[in-house]
Write a protein of this length. Structure first.
Length: 268
């Protein structure tokens, strides 16, 4: 039962899910999606004429400025900086996406941008990020409906709350499940959990990135996390994430077993 729950909700910390290259590629993808979302919002606004139209124009301009500044910051960021930018952009994107929901109130296209930022939250932070994103949407949607009723005397659209929150929740749950299935370090065959190194009755080497190989080699040389961080000019939390990921991928319990397994699989 525990293994099935881990498959759905994940057992790897966010830092262990992504290496530096993956974080940068996701940041670049986020830049492209924001430009595309701004363009689509403009087209939708022209076609449907949302009110207030000025708020939509202001949102598009703000997103454009934000995206341009973020692009410059990404170019100058080191590994730790890129991870901080990922977390900051994930939080800010929640509010920008919900602003579109508010502007297009009552129209289904309004919830579309939030589905993308929920995917972003899952990609960076795993199940925790997805759950927080879904909870934030529910909170913001209810708060928006209450404020609209209080200040503009518009009826509370309970059906909109239920439908939009359900759509975002279903999308988030699907993203979490798919992401954790694809990133799971184990496969289950006939109820037996097998390490990737020993599937199909044969030993298959785990394919590590260049950074992961550097870290496992330094681990084999007796380096602590702090020493590895200093040697590779990374933050200690980043190194800790890599080490935890290596333990999961090699299906071992500690650093000593990881080094032994890596040696046996001829990774070192």
């Amino acid at each position: 039962m525990q293994s099935r729950l881990a498959l759905v909700f994940g057992d790897q910390p966010p830092a262990a899910r992504l290496n530096h290259g993956q974080v940068r590629r996701l940041l670049a993808l986020g830049l492209s999606l924001r430009w595309a979302s701004a363009a689509l919002a403009a087209v939708a606004g022209l076609l449907t004429g949302p009110r207030p139209f000025g708020a939509l124009v202001g949102l598009i301009i703000t997103v454009a400025i934000y995206n341009g500044c973020l692009a410059l910051a990404i170019r100058q960021a080191d590994e730790a900086g890129a991870r901080r930018l990922a977390r900051v952009s994930t939080i800010l994107d929640q509010f920008f996406a919900f602003a579109a929901v508010a502007i297009f109130a009552g129209q289904p296209q309004g919830a579309a941008p939030y589905i993308f930022v929920t995917l972003e939250a899952v990609a960076y932070e795993g199940a925790v990020g997805g759950i927080l994103s879904m909870a934030a949407f529910a909170f913001l949607e209810i708060g928006f409906q209450v404020a609209r009723q209080a200040f503009f005397h518009v009826g509370f659209a309970g059906n909109e709350v239920i439908v939009f929150t359900s759509v975002v929740g279903l999308a988030g749950a699907a993203f979490i499940a798919v992401t954790n299935i694809l990133s799971s370090p184990q496969q289950e065959i006939g109820g037996a959990s097998l390490s990737p190194a020993f599937q199909n009755d044969g030993e298959q080497p785990v394919h590590l990135t260049r950074r992961e190989r550097e870290i496992i080699q330094l681990m084999a040389s007796g380096y602590s996390n702090g020493m590895i961080a200093s040697h590779l000019r990374l933050s200690e939390s980043t190194v800790k994430g890599y080490v935890e990921m290596l333990l999961n991928r090699l299906n071992v319990r500690n650093r000593t077993e990881a080094v032994a397994m890596a040696s046996r699989m001829k990774i070192l």
